[in-house]
Design a binder for this molecule. Structure first.
Ligand SMILES: Cc1cc2nc3c(=O)[nH]c(=O)nc-3n(C[C@H](O)[C@H](O)[C@H](O)COP(=O)(O)OP(=O)(O)OC[C@H]3O[C@@H](n4cnc5c(N)ncnc54)[C@H](O)[C@@H]3O)c2cc1C
Ligand SMILES: NC(=O)C1=CN([C@@H]2O[C@H](COP(=O)(O)OP(=O)(O)OC[C@H]3O[C@@H](n4cnc5c(N)ncnc54)[C@H](OP(=O)(O)O)[C@@H]3O)[C@@H](O)[C@H]2O)C=CC1
Ligand SMILES: CC(C)=CCC[C@@H](C)[C@H]1CC[C@H]2C3=C(CC[C@]12C)[C@@]1(C)CC[C@H](O)C[C@@H]1CC3
Length: 502
């Protein structure tokens, strides 16, 4: 037995979680997805969503006016259950705050003339690719986990391997529609209510309830021509990654580092043509997990080109939940398992979350790291070294992004448009001196010092003052006063800090 288990049953639940996951969660996840697929398909075919949208928004407004009429007794949040969110923890505040039902799940309009898709906030990334790609369109930044929602990505943040060119999810959004704390409906964009527009990203639902978003569209081609470049040596990795990220001819740039000295750089462009024998449909159920496939490139020691169907590329980390699934189903990448059961993979993140026991939570808390740190690209080498010395977790996810100098929570370094890199740490730290809180506090301080940011789906141990140093609250505070948010919504810190989540 180990330190995280108090009993034999807990030991079995942790070490043989795969039995439960394979027998129950996989079939359940499959049926759940099938239902969503069918339901969304019917709604989309009937084009019923646009007609119902206004009534659904009126219902949100009514709930808020009732809250005002009842004396504004407690603050408000959305009624989306905590287990459904793409975040390790469940928000505590949902138990005590007034839960407002924002049941807006549909794609409202695909306007190819204006090159805009108008969507409701609970539309998922899986739903968007499935709907838009067959029509020959896509959104410029498509965060890869299928179940991420537009609302969560707007109110939090979203990043993908095209972010070096297009910025974060907020930078491809053209307008937001919101219901404010007095029940009024407003629209904001760069030209209409610009202060509100720039305050929404990273506000975590603390300025109003989002009811619709207009997102830019770009043409989609059928394949991504992906070049894998194996790299050796820390200096070389930093140099090649920075050069590729600065080159806007690359539509996609991503790196996976397997040790301090070994990484694979991937650069891609969209295309409709395929070279003979170079097509790799990595999304097929029997294909190896993507991060294993990429790791194999290290052995080849030469540049390799492949053509990957666009949707397979977008969801390349879905089937293995990056590399998190290897801890839950250790044989998940075995050839026989993939052939016979791969079509049901992966278990849904929400169901994994819903069914995890206290012992599993404790295990993840003490022996696991799930963090994304966004740092200016010139600190790439130092950051990698510090993360190696603090956590020693591999693979690392490396994703560049451009941060324009806009007002709002994220102030670009030295108030200038700056290239950043998201360093994603997911896995079991092998560094012996790792201590969950102390190690994270050290990293959070470092990230603030280099004018970087922490992604807030993850645990943050910062104090309120430290949090305010990392994120610029100037415009946010102004808007909270102007829109009378203080009674209506908590501050961002009170929604995302470790204390606010269980
Ligand atoms: C109208 C509509 C609404 C949908 N709504 C949702 C939704 O709300 N939530 C949701 O999660 N999904 C949604 N989906 C996506 C749906 O779950 C997937 O399309 C489904 O898993 C079946 O895809 P397919 O492989 O049969 O076909 P296709 O959609 O034709 O798949 C094309 C390619 O993409 C690959 N691919 C498909 N899905 C995935 C994936 N999840 N990960 C990696 N590769 C993949 C396939 O292997 C295939 O090569 C929706 C789809 C449609 C058409
Ligand atoms: N590649 C990527 O970019 C990835 C991003 N993530 C992160 O995951 C999170 C998104 O997960 P997801 O499950 O989609 O979202 P969540 O349900 O976790 O929502 C995130 C926040 O947005 C608020 N919110 C969502 N919808 C609305 C709305 N209609 N009106 C007002 N507030 C709203 C929620 O408020 P409330 O608490 O009141 O419900 C919550 O505070 C983001 O934080 C994102 O950064 C995670 C993995 C990958
Ligand atoms: C690409 C970016 C920016 C972030 C990716 C983060 C994800 C790898 C994590 C976000 C939420 C995480 C959860 C888990 C694995 C890693 C994430 C998907 C679990 C499924 C791990 C097993 C636990 O029992 C439940 C977790 C829920 C959240």
């Amino acid at each position: 037995m180990d330190q995280n288990c108090d009993s034999l049953s807990e030991y079995v639940l942790i070490h043989y979680r795969w039995v439960f996951v394979c027998l129950f969660l996989l079939p359940l996840s499959f049926l759940y997805d099938l239902w969503l697929y069918f339901r969304n398909w019917v709604v989309f075919q009937l084009i019923s969503a646009p007609k119902q949208h206004d009534n659904k928004v009126k219902f949100v407004q009514k709930q808020i006016r009732d809250w005002v009429a009842n004396g504004k007794k407690t603050q408000m949040c959305t009624a989306r259950p905590g287990w459904q969110t793409v975040c390790f923890r469940v928000p505590r505040y949902k138990n005590t705050m007034r839960n407002i039902k924002v049941n807006l799940v549909d794609i409202l309009e695909v306007d190819t003339t204006r090159k805009i898709v108008r969507v409701e906030p609970l539309v998922t990334m899986g739903q968007l690719t499935a709907t838009l790609n067959p029509l020959g369109w896509t959104i410029p930044v498509l965060p890869e986990i299928d179940d991420l929602t537009v609302g969560g990505l707007v109110m939090g943040t979203g990043i993908e391997s095209s972010s070096h060119k297009y910025g974060l999810f907020q930078h491809i959004c053209v307008s937001y529609e919101l219901v404010l704390s007095d029940g009024s409906l407003v629209k904001c964009s760069k030209n209409e209510n610009p202060e509100l527009f720039y305050s929404i990203p990273w506000s975590y639902g603390t300025l109003g309830f989002l009811t619709a978003v207009e997102i830019r569209l770009i043409p989609a081609k059928r394949y991504v021509k992906l070049t894998y470049k194996p790299l050796k040596g820390g200096d070389n990795i930093a140099k090649e990654f920075t050069t590729a990220s600065s080159n806007l001819n690359n539509e996609f740039v991503e790196g996976l580092a397997y040790s301090e000295d070994e990484a694979v750089l991937m650069t891609g462009v969209q295309t409709n043509d395929v070279e003979v024998n170079k097509l790799n449909e990595i999304g097929k159920w029997y294909k190896p997990w993507f991060f294993i496939h990429v790791r194999d490139m290290l052995k080849r020691n030469e540049d390799v080109v492949e053509y990957i169907p666009l949707r397979d590329y977008y969801h390349r980390h879905t089937r293995s939940i990056f590399w998190e699934l290897q801890d839950i189903i250790p044989f998940g990448n075995n050839f026989l398992f993939r052939i016979f059961f791969g079509w049901m993979m992966p278990p849904k993140i929400s169901l994994l979350k819903l069914t995890q026991t206290e012992a599993i939570k404790k295990l993840y808390e003490n022996n696991h790291v799930l963090q994304d740190m966004l740092v200016p690209i010139e600190t790439f080498k130092d950051s990698i070294k510090l993360f190696r010395d603090t956590f020693n977790v591999y693979p690392l996810w490396l994703c560049p992004f451009n941060l324009p100098n806009n007002p709002g929570m994220l102030r670009a370094k030295d108030s200038q448009e700056t290239l950043y890199v998201d360093i994603g740490l997911y896995g079991v730290p092998r560094e012996k001196s790792f201590k969950p809180k102390e190690s994270m506090r050290k990293i959070e301080k470092y990230v603030t010092d280099v004018q970087g940011f922490q992604m807030l789906y993850a645990d943050t141990y910062m104090t309120r003052e430290e949090f305010r140093k990392m994120f610029d609250h100037t415009l946010y505070d102004k808007l909270r006063t102007k829109l009378e948010c203080k009674e209506a919504f908590p501050e961002v810190y009170d929604k995302v800090s470790r204390a606010a989540r269980s």
